[in-house]
Design a protein around this ligand. Structure first.
Ligand code: 5GP
Ligand code: ZN
Length: 114
């Protein structure tokens, strides 16, 4: 999608601190980190929200979680723990409408989230 911020990051049209890339997903640092480690994992394919997922995206979502695990291991936070979040829709806190998995670590997370 030409006017999507995260599609522009995938295309290299907007710079980002890339951490991981394969044929299906890209990971980069969040521009406004909410924890000492705050990474985003996105599919290269544009999908606006969780509501737009289809059965064809089943493996893609799995790849996003495997990338989260790999990033946590790379950062050495896998034993201490980390939080993965995917917001959906306005009331869910989603502000960029290209799905993304937040991976946060380096501080104690609170529950319930705000
Ligand atoms: P959401 O609120 O949709 O769940 O999360 C969107 C995330 O994207 C936010 O944490 C925000 O800081 C991050 N973000 C917004 N614009 C940019 C950008 O241009 N570059 C990067 N790296 N992150 C961004
Ligand atoms: Zn997009």
């Amino acid at each position: 999608m030409s006017d999507c911020l995260f599609c522009k990051i995938v295309a290299g049209e907007i710079p980002a601190e890339l951490l991981y890339e394969d044929d299906h997903v890209v990971a980069f640092k969040d521009i406004n980190p909410q924890a000492p480690m705050h990474h985003l994992i996105i599919p290269k394919k544009h999908i606006s929200t969780i509501n737009d997922l289809t059965i064809n995206d089943e493996a893609l979502i799995g790849k996003m979680y495997l990338a989260a695990k790999a990033l946590a291991e790379k950062e050495g936070v896998e034993d201490d723990g980390y939080r993965t979040v995917m917001n959906c829709g306005e009331s869910g806190g989603q502000t960029v409408f290209h799905i993304h998995l937040h991976v946060l670590a380096g501080r104690n997370m609170q529950w319930p989230p705000g």
